[in-house]
Write a protein that binds this ligand. Structure first.
Ligand SMILES: [Zn+2]
Length: 91
């Protein structure tokens, strides 16, 4: 594996980027909230935070093989594509 395994484990992802693999991601916010975790599926886009928008970062904690529970927008996170549509609607 070499040094890549360590480097890849610490990659930080931004909202709107394709989720590279299904798994549990650690989500860190821009000060307003403690770090938490969410399960995201491969092929979706990393969601935005309702409060700090694109200031959240995602780090893969543990890859999940097979089925994962689908992400649902909630009180904290909003689907990236829905957020884009909302911005367009409001100009
Ligand atoms: Zn936030």
């Amino acid at each position: 594996m070499g040094p890549w395994a360590t480097i890849m484990a610490n990659v930080m992802y931004k909202p709107g980027v394709d989720v590279p693999s299904a798994g549990i991601y650690r989500i860190e916010h821009n000060k307003h909230r403690l770090m938490h975790e969410a399960t995201l599926d491969k092929g979706m886009l990393f969601p935005q935070c309702r409060t700090c928008g694109n200031s959240v970062t995602f780090t893969l904690v543990r890859a999940v093989m097979g089925e994962v529970l689908p992400f649902r927008p909630n009180a904290i996170l909003v689907d990236y594509r829905q957020a884009e549509l909302a911005y367009q609607a409001t100009g």
